[in-house]
Design a protein around this ligand. Structure first.
Ligand SMILES: NC(=O)c1ccc[n+]([C@@H]2O[C@H](COP(=O)([O-])OP(=O)(O)OC[C@H]3O[C@@H](n4cnc5c(N)ncnc54)[C@H](OP(=O)(O)O)[C@@H]3O)[C@@H](O)[C@H]2O)c1
Length: 338
């Protein structure tokens, strides 16, 4: 097997909204070693066909790392990478899929490969801010993550599919909550099935973690989650409704491209808050993924499957991205609902 330093990087979904920026960033650091792919362009790969995916890796012969910028239906593509000693960075945000990859930890350690999960904005930067707030209160008993997304951004098709799946998922039982978000005022955000809340419960040992979503447009947020309460979620499990919603989401661009993330942690009377804001969540997700892949390629990560907040080398990602102008870090005064 070629050493990680010499091998190439396969960016699966490398022409998508996230993947194109991953490809460009990695090409800047590793010129001539980046291979964008997908079902219809570049290296032809289909993450829904793990055997075929493995054959592509074998055929290329010198892939040191793969970045998955599309959600596969199961852990087969990840297994194909890790059992070959190929490092993996996965931007996926679906808890069931990430758990499937996490179960491959032993295989990854045996093969000397690293997988980085929870990569992007949410999960990703949310995990890192949550871990900071958790540490600051001396081990939280409760964490709340709030994500605001811009409705003006042209989200990729696979992101829109994920969002519609999230609306269709059974509600978690957590309540909406109001928090101030830097630059956006105090917003009502609604529980949404981002993977970070599930993996952080186990990873940080915090029993109560909830992630909530709102959109930059207050009117759209109210309409969307009002409709969910009225049964849209159940209806969205029907394929025709899902197709209609996916089309509508892809077409609505009423707000801006900004996003905001806030992490609150509490322990007894202690309360710590970290927040960040920026523009173009697909781009920022890609910059996180590219940095994780760079760390894997330069051999600075331990073998095994790890969520991003477990990797000290990546703990400074928010500051790195802030220094590059991709986002702004904030320390809001602890306030808002307990
Ligand atoms: N962690 C986070 O914060 C975060 C944030 C944003 C997005 N995401 C995730 O990032 C992923 C990509 O989102 P996006 O907005 O970039 O989507 P996108 O623009 O639709 O890009 C997906 C790309 O993947 C390729 N693709 C689709 N199905 C494939 C398959 N079965 N095998 C191989 N390639 C396939 C597509 O090209 P072909 O059609 O040619 O195959 C397309 O170029 C989504 O899963 C989304 O949930 C995560």
């Amino acid at each position: 097997m070629t050493t990680a330093k010499q091998g190439r990087v396969l960016v699966v979904g490398g022409f998508g909204a996230v993947g194109a920026t991953v490809t460009a960033a990695l090409e800047g650091w590793f010129p001539g070693r980046v291979l964008p792919g997908g079902r219809s362009r570049g290296v032809r790969v289909d993450v829904g066909d793990p055997e075929g995916f493995g054959r592509v890796l074998d055929g290329l012969g010198d892939v040191a790392a793969a970045v998955l910028c599309v959600e596969p239906p199961g852990p087969g593509a990840a297994r194909a990478c890790l059992e070959r000693g190929v490092h993996l960075v996965d931007v996926g945000a679906t808890p069931r899929l990430l758990d499937g990859v996490a179960a491959l930890h032993g295989d990854a350690v045996r093969a000397g490969a690293t997988a980085v999960l929870s990569v992007g904005l949410a999960p990703g930067l949310t995990n890192l801010l949550a871990a900071r707030a958790h540490e600051e209160v001396g081990g939280a008993d409760r964490i709340a993550l709030t994500v605001l997304l811009g409705t003006g951004e042209r989200h990729g098709g696979d992101s829109v599919r994920w969002t519609v799946d999230g609306l269709a998922a059974s509600p978690s039982g957590a309540r909406p909550a109001r928090f101030p978000l830097p630059g956006y005022g105090t917003r009502t955000a609604y529980p949404f099935p981002f993977s970070d809340q599930y993996t952080l419960r186990a990873g940080l040992g915090v029993p109560d973690v909830t992630t909530r979503l709102c959109l930059d447009s207050r009117a759209l947020t109210a309409a969307l989650f009002g409709a969910r309460r009225a049964g849209l979620g159940r209806a969205a499990r029907h394929p025709a409704v899902r197709r209609a919603l996916t089309g509508a989401f892809g077409a609505v661009h009423v707000g801006g491209e900004g996003f905001a993330v806030r992490a609150d942690a509490w322990r007894g009377g202690r309360h710590a808050v970290h927040a960040l804001t920026g523009r173009a969540q697909s781009r920022v997700t890609a910059l996180v993924a590219a940095r994780a892949a760079r760390a894997a390629l330069t051999g600075t990560l331990p073998p095994g499957v790890h969520h991003v907040e477990r990797l000290p080398v990546l703990a400074g990602l928010p500051e790195e991205l802030a220094a590059d102008g991709a986002l702004t870090l904030h320390r809001p005064a602890p306030a808002g609902e307990r």
